[in-house]
Design a protein around this ligand. Structure first.
Ligand SMILES: Nc1ncnc2c1ncn2[C@@H]1O[C@H](COP(=O)(O)OP(=O)(O)OP(=O)(O)O)[C@@H](O)[C@H]1O
Ligand SMILES: [Mg+2]
Length: 630
């Protein structure tokens, strides 16, 4: 069960809104709308005139009423321009129809156009944020479990899209209504303006008085939702373990606990919203009363016509719903802005050293961008030189690799052995620069990866990190496969024709002996579930091996490639390392010593240090003895 303390820590980590949005939020919105700026402004103006045209009906009816009344009442003659639209009473009626028609047309155009433009604009924020998140330091993902990042990201984006992806036009329509009513009420009679402003101020006061509790209610509801969903996702992922140990009840209890907290928060939010709505109603009722008293007095004094009073009551009556809707939307708008501010955190977070944004990135966030360089091509194997390499996963934990020095010749097959936790996988992570090195260098050929954090051409002797990583094909300890089909999973490694992809699958003998070319071509369409769930672990390894073949990199790294395959597949693996990848430089991390006998050298790691290195005939027996009697 998540303790109260950790729940509090979680909330403290998440709460960021301090009453004012960071400047960069405005900048992000600007960057998102920049490609659509001209069109957005045009449709905004259109929207304002559309709303004003619809509302002006009240003024037209007021003018018509005033032209009918008899002295000594305060009357106004019909303005001359109304005669263009018909004689007598037909003038105001003609304009009324025209204004309604124009109003509807403009409002509909405005709504559709702004909703579309806005949806396009905010979806670029999504693209740009995911583009950066996938390049964040690995330590970020170690600290923030994937479930939490995904839940937070999707709920923030939902909040942003819920307004900006459509209802923004509705919200802006309300803003235009308020502005247009202010202008139109003043045109009806200038004395009405103070009452109108007074009513707006009272409603605003009611909003301000409730603001803090509204904000708190919204944020806490959002925050309490994430842990229960993250817990649910985590349980669903680990369902086989939960079932095997019969621990459903514990997980259910923890979920209920988190969910109860969420529901209690929702109930308290409902109370806050009811209080807010009630205070707005009271504010409007007071304004109505004041307007009524003043109206009767002003009419009797001859300062206000019946038509103007009618206009005032029409707008005050409308304002009840308009202002309430406006403040309610304002809350959602604020939520969207808070979501945007939280996405911003990911958008502007520094990338891992050496990572570059692709040239297609459109937001300027100060991150370094890819520059086009001549691709590096090692014909066959490439050598690897590691000098005094130290690495740790996080500042606060001790190093896992301590002063490794190693040279692997081009085309050499090096096996890496060592007890569990000795640092074998970490060595590969260091080779790929997945975590920052504390010290030391790694060279492929005689080139190092450019890990600088600024854009620009790499210095002589350095190549972009992306190109550097391209030199190594990697079969990870837990093969990484994606939802899609076999073709999609192979194509991750580079764009190749179906025939080439099928050939790679045939080379690893994925299907039964003697399978035809057609069968391998058909195999490319076979569906792969998330993380390759519908394949056996051996098949996953074989598919990853075929991917390595497609990548055709000079260096191949197999991490425990033989630990989870049947004898036949193991034979294929051995054949792959000895024949298929024959000319490549290979680093093979294996627990089954039988599969690495034919390697040129064996590196024995112990506690993150090179313990022994030498020919297999010398190292393997010694290791086998130590493994039996550690
Ligand atoms: N992401 C990580 N964050 C913190 N520590 C880690 C991380 N990954 C590994 N470690 C630690 O680094 C040490 C070396 O781990 P590594 O995965 O390199 O071992 P290994 O030799 O590959 O073991 P195995 O044979 O079990 O795969 C271990 O003590 C492990 O706990
Ligand atoms: Mg490992």
């Amino acid at each position: 069960m998540m303790s109260t303390l950790s729940q509090k820590t979680y909330m403290a980590q998440e709460t960021r809104f301090k009453g004012r949005y960071a400047r960069s939020v405005g900048n992000t919105l600007y960057q998102a709308y920049r490609p659509f700026l001209g069109r957005t402004l045009f449709f905004l103006v259109l929207g304002f005139f559309g709303r004003a045209a619809l509302l002006s009906n009240a003024n037209l009816v007021g003018l018509w009423v005033d032209s009918l009344c008899l002295p000594p009442n305060p009357c106004r003659p019909m303005p001359a321009f109304l005669h263009y639209f018909g004689s007598g009473s037909l003038g105001p009626l003609g304009l009324l129809c025209l204004a309604t028609l124009i109003g509807i047309l403009l409002t509909v155009t405005f709504r559709i156009a702004i909703s579309r433009l806005s949806a396009d604009a905010v979806s670029t924020i999504y693209d740009e944020t995911t583009m950066r998140t996938s390049r964040l330091p690995m330590s970020f993902f170690d600290r923030n479990p994937a479930g939490r990042v995904v839940t937070r990201f999707s709920s923030d984006y939902n909040n942003v899209f819920r307004i900006f992806g459509g209802p923004l036009a509705e919200f802006l329509g309300l803003v235009f209504d308020i502005l247009a009513m202010t202008v139109l009420i003043t045109m009806a009679n200038i004395w009405l303006l103070p009452f109108w402003l007074g009513m707006a101020a009272l409603n605003y006061l009611a909003y301000r008085l409730n603001l803090q509790s509204l904000r708190k209610a919204r944020r806490e509801t959002a925050l309490r939702r994430s842990p229960s969903i993250a817990h649910f996702a985590e349980t669903a992922q680990g369902r086989s373990v939960v079932r095997a140990y019969g621990k459903e009840a514990n997980f259910q209890e923890r979920f209920s606990h988190l969910n109860d907290a969420y529901l209690a928060q929702r109930l308290s939010s409902v109370n806050v919203f009811t209080r807010f709505s009630l205070s707005m109603n009271i504010a409007t009722a007071i304004s109505f009363l004041a307007l009524g008293l003043f109206g009767v007095w002003a009419y009797e004094q001859g300062k206000m016509s019946v038509g103007s009073l009618g206009v005032a009551f029409a707008y005050f009556g409308l304002s009840v719903t308009v202002l309430q809707a406006f403040f309610e939307w304002l809350g959602q708008f604020e939520e969207a802005m808070t979501g945007l501010e939280r996405m911003e955190e990911y958008l502007r977070m520094p990338l891992a050293p050496g990572e570059r944004l692709p040239a297609s990135a459109t937001f300027s966030t100060g991150h370094p961008k890819e520059v086009s360089t001549v691709p590096v091509a090692f014909k066959r194997g490439a050598s690897i030189r590691i000098c005094d390499l130290w690495m740790r996963y996080r500042e606060e934990i001790p190093p896992v690799l301590c002063g490794i020095n190693l040279e692997v010749a081009a085309g050499e097959r090096l096996a890496v052995i060592g007890r569990t936790g000795s640092g074998k996988t970490s060595l590969v992570q260091a080779l790929f620069h997945l975590y920052p090195l504390m010290q030391g260098t790694v060279q492929i050929g005689d080139l190092e990866a450019d890990l600088s954090e600024q854009s620009g051409e790499p210095a002589p002797g350095f190549i972009p990190l992306k190109d550097y990583r391209q030199q190594m094909a990697y079969i990870t300890q837990a093969p990484a496969l994606f939802l899609g089909n076999v073709r999609d999973n192979l194509a991750v490694a580079g764009e190749k024709s179906d025939a080439e992809l099928a050939r790679a699958m045939a080379q690893v003998q994925f299907l039964h002996d003697g399978a035809t070319e057609e069968e391998y071509l058909r195999l490319l369409d076979q569906r792969i579930e998330e993380q390759g769930r519908n394949l056996s672990s051996g098949e996953r390894q074989l598919l990853c091996m075929a991917r390595c073949l497609v990548q055709d990199a000079p260096i191949v790294i197999l991490d425990e490639a033989t630990s989870s395959v049947d004898p036949r597949s193991e034979e294929i693996m051995v054949r792959a390392t000895e024949e298929i990848f024959k000319h490549k430089t290979q680093i093979i991390i294996a627990h089954r010593l039988s599969t690495i006998k034919s390697c040129h050298r064996v590196l024995w790691l112990q506690h993150g240090r090179v313990h022994r290195i030498g020919p297999p005939t010398e190292i393997l027996p010694e290791f086998a003895r130590s493994d039996l009697h550690p």
